[in-house]
Design a protein around this ligand. Structure first.
Ligand code: PEP
Ligand code: MG
Length: 593
C-alpha cells in the first residue's frame, strides 16, 4: 500500500450497506481500481497444455473481432471517419514474436495463458519504455490495452489476484470476481467492502467462510475512498465509516471487545449438543467451500458438513480436474470428518460463479440459464467423473451426495441414472464405495418446493437453499444491490415454500435441513427450529452462536412462533416475532446482532 490520501482534515463519511460477514474492524484500506490489472497464476498439468494454447488462440480471434467491431462503430456512429488509429492494436495481435513468446511460455513453464500473456507483455513494455522514442512509447499503451483485452477474452473479469500487495488492509472494490475472492488471504485482508453484491453473493459467502468481516452493496464506496484512508466497519450491521472520529474509534473498540467476550463465552459450548431445553435435538453442521476450512469446521464444533460446495475447487484448479484429483480432495474431507456426515454437493457452476471457459456468462439471464445441475446433465461424462470421485470417497461410509438447482423429479431421475452408471463403472473397476450412500437435493427453486411430495420418493433428504429460493420466489436477483431491499428471506411466500417442503419431506419419511445463509442468522433460529427442520448447516464461525440460541429455546415455544409466523403479513412482522423471542431467551446477543 504505497498510495495515501491527503484527506486528514476531511469530515467522516458514514455509509450503510449490507453487513454480510460479522466482525468489527478499524484499519486502512486498499482500493482495487477496476482498471487494475491483476491476473491469477495457475500451474498446468502437461495434458492441459494444448487446451490452454487453444484458449489463447480463441482469445486472439475474439479480441480481433472486438477491435474490428469498435472500429466499425467508430466509423459509422461517430464523427471519426477513419478508425485506422486502432490498426496499431490489430498489429499487436499479429505480432508473431509476442504470440510465440506466449505459446512457448505456456508450453515450457506450464502456466496458464492469462499469466503468461501478462508477464510477456510487461517484459515487452519495459523494453519499449526504456527507448527514447515517442512512437515506440505510444505502442506500450497499445500493447497493454490489447493484452488486457486478450486476458478479458480468456477469463472475463475473473482475472485478478492480490498476491503482489503488501501489508494488512481492508479491501475495497466495485465487486470481487470469484477467483479473486478465493485467492484472498485472511492474514492480509482484514475486511472487505464492495459497491455491489448482496447477502448471498459469492463474495458474501466466501467472506463468511474465511471469517473476514464484510459489507457489500455500499453503492459507490469505491468512488469515495482512497488507498490508505482509515475506516471503521461493522460487518454485522453494515456500517462503514470513512475517516472515523475519536468517538467512533472508542465505540468500535468497545464493540469489538463485547464481541470478543461473547465469542469467548461461546467456546464452552464446543462439545455440547445442539439441543433445546425440552430435549429436541437438531443436527448442527457447517457449510464448507473447500478443504482449507476443515480446521474451522472442527474447531467450532460442527457435527458434520451439511454443504460442501465443490465449485470453488473447480474455480481454483480448473474445470478439467481428473477423477483422481477430485477423489483425493473428497476423500481427505470425508476422512477428516469421519464418522460425522459430509454432504458433497455436485458442482453448482453458473449464476455468479463462473469458470473462465464457462459459456453461461454469455447468457442474458445466467441465474435462469444453463447453470448447476443443468450443466452437469448437459455434460454427462464430466458429471460422472465427479460422481465417481464422490462415490470413491464414500468408502468411509460418512458421505452423502446432493444435487443443486433441482427444478423437478425428472432431473433427479436423470441424475440418479447417471449415478447408477457411475456406480456400475466403479464396480467393474473393482473400486469400493458405499452401496447405501444417501442422495439428496437442494430445494432452492419454488417448483421443487411445490413438488417436494413427488421428489421425496426419489431421494433420502432435502436441504433447503434459501439463498436461491428467495431470489427465485421473490424474483429478486440475489447479487443486485439495487433490489436488495426486496430480498427478504423471512417473506411469507418463502416461509410457505419452506413449510410445504418440510411437511412433504416428513410425510415421506425423509429428513429436511437448510443450508442457505438464513440458517446462520441467530434471529432466525427459533423460527427454523419451530418449522421443524432437522438440520441447520451454517458457516463454521456461526455454529457456536446458533447453538447458543438452540440451547436457550423450548421447541414448543419455537413451534408456536413458527405457527404465528405463518399467519404474518410481512417479513418485518416475522422478524419482529423472532426478535421478541430472542430477546427473551438470549438477550445478551441482541447487542451485537
Ligand atoms: C442456496 O442457494 O441457499 C445455497 C446454499 O446454494 P448457493 O448459495 O451455493 O447457491
Ligand atoms: Mg443455491
Amino acid at each position: 500500500m504505497t498510495e495515501t490520501s491527503d484527506s486528514k482534515n476531511l469530515e467522516p463519511i458514514r455509509l450503510k450497506g449490507i453487513g454480510v460477514s460479522p466482525g468489527v474492524v478499524v484499519a486502512h484500506v486498499y482500493l482495487l481500481k477496476p482498471d487494475q490489472w491483476h491476473v491469477l497464476k495457475r500451474e498446468l498439468k502437461p495434458d492441459e497444455i494444448e487446451h490452454e494454447i487453444c484458449r489463447f488462440e480463441d482469445a486472439l480471434i475474439e479480441t480481433r473481432r472486438q477491435i474490428k467491431t469498435i472500429q466499425k462503430n467508430l466509423e459509422t456512429r461517430t464523427a471519426i471517419g477513419d478508425a485506422s488509429i486502432l490498426d496499431a492494436h490489430l498489429m499487436v495481435l499479429d505480432d508473431r514474436t509476442l504470440i510465440e513468446e506466449v505459446v512457448n511460455g505456456i508450453r515450457e513453464n506450464l502456466l496458464n495463458a492469462e499469466f503468461v500473456v501478462k508477464t510477456a507483455t510487461e517484459r515487452y513494455a519495459a523494453v519499449l519504455e526504456s527507448v527514447e522514442d515517442d512512437y515506440l512509447r505510444e505502442r506500450v499503451t497499445d500493447i497493454r490495452d490489447v493484452a488486457r483485452r486478450i486476458v478479458h477474452s480468456l477469463s472475463g473479469k475473473d482475472d485478478e489476484t492480490l498476491g503482489d500487495i503488501d501489508g494488512e488492509y481492508v479491501l475495497i472494490a466495485q465487486d470481487l470476481a470469484p477467483s479473486l475472492t478465493a485467492s484472498l488471504r485472511k492474514e492480509q485482508v482484514l475486511g472487505i467492502a464492495t459497491d455491489h453484491g448482496s447477502a448471498t453473493s459469492h463474495t458474501a459467502v466466501m467472506a463468511r467462510a474465511m471469517e473476514i468481516p464484510a459489507i457489500v452493496g455500499l453503492r459507490d464506496v469505491s468512488n469515495q475512498i482512497h488507498t490508505g484512508d482509515l475506516i471503521a466497519m461493522d460487518g454485522n450491521r453494515g456500517i462503514f465509516i470513512i475517516r472515523p472520529t475519536e468517538s467512533d474509534l472508542e465505540e468500535y473498540g468497545r464493540l469489538a471487545e463485547t464481541r470478543r467476550s461473547i465469542s469467548q463465552g461461546l467456546t464452552a459450548l464446543h462439545d455440547k449438543p445442539a439441543e433445546t431445553r425440552d430435549g429436541h435435538r437438531i443436527l448442527l453442521s457447517a457449510n464448507s467451500e473447500g478443504p482449507d476450512e476443515l480446521d474451522a469446521v472442527l474447531q467450532y464444533g460442527a457435527e458434520g458438513i451439511g454443504l460442501f460446495r465443490t465449485e470453488y475447487m473447480f474455480l481454483s484448479h480448473g474445470s478439467s480436474m481428473s477423477e483422481e484429483e477430485q477423489t483425493k480432495i473428497y476423500t481427505h474431507v470425508a476422512q477428516r470428518l469421519s464418522p460425522s456426515p459430509v454432504i458433497i454437493r455436485t458442482q453448482d457452476i453458473g449464476g455468479d460463479k463462473f469458470l473462465a471457459d464457462n459459456q453461461s456468462r454469455k447468457e442474458a439471464n445466467p441465474f435462469l440459464g444453463c447453470r448447476s445441475i443443468r450443466l452437469s446433465l448437459l455434460y454427462p461424462e464430466h458429471f460422472k467423473r465427479q460422481l465417481r470421485a464422490i462415490l470413491r470417497a464414500s468408502a468411509s461410509k460418512n458421505v452423502k451426495i446432493m444435487y443443486p438447482m433441482i427444478s423437478g423429479a425428472k432431473e433427479v431421475l436423470q441424475a440418479n441414472a447417471l449415478l447408477d452408471e457411475s456406480k456400475e463403472e466403479l464396480r467393474k473397476r473393482g473400486i469400493p464405495f458405499d452401496e447405501n450412500l444417501d442422495v439428496g437435493i437442494m430445494v432452492e427453486i419454488p417448483s421443487a418446493a411445490l413438488t417436494a411430495d413427488i421428489i421425496a420418493k426419489h431421494v433420502d433428504f432435502f436441504s433447503i437453499g434459501t439463498n436461491d429460493l428467495v431470489q427465485y420466489s421473490l424474483a429478486v436477483d440475489r447479487v443486485n444491490e439495487r433490489v436488495a431491499y426486496l430480498y427478504e428471506p423471512m417473506h411469507p411466500a418463502v416461509l410457505k415454500l419452506m413449510k410445504y417442503t418440510i411437511d412433504a419431506g416428513h410425510s415421506a419419511g425423509i429428513w429436511v435441513g437448510i443450508c442457505g445463509e438464513l440458517a446462520a442468522d441467530p434471529l432466525a433460529t427459533p423460527l427454523l427450529v419451530g418449522l421443524g427442520l432437522d438440520e441447520l448447516s451454517v458457516a463454521p464461525a456461526a455454529v457456536p452462536i446458533v447453538k447458543d440460541v438452540i440451547r436457550a429455546l423450548d421447541q414448543t415455544r419455537a413451534a408456536e412462533l413458527a405457527n404465528a409466523a405463518m399467519g404474518c403479513k410481512s417479513a418485518g412482522e416475522v422478524l419482529g416475532l423472532c426478535r421478541e423471542l430472542t430477546s427473551e431467551v438470549a438477550p445478551e446477543l441482541l447487542d451485537i446482532l
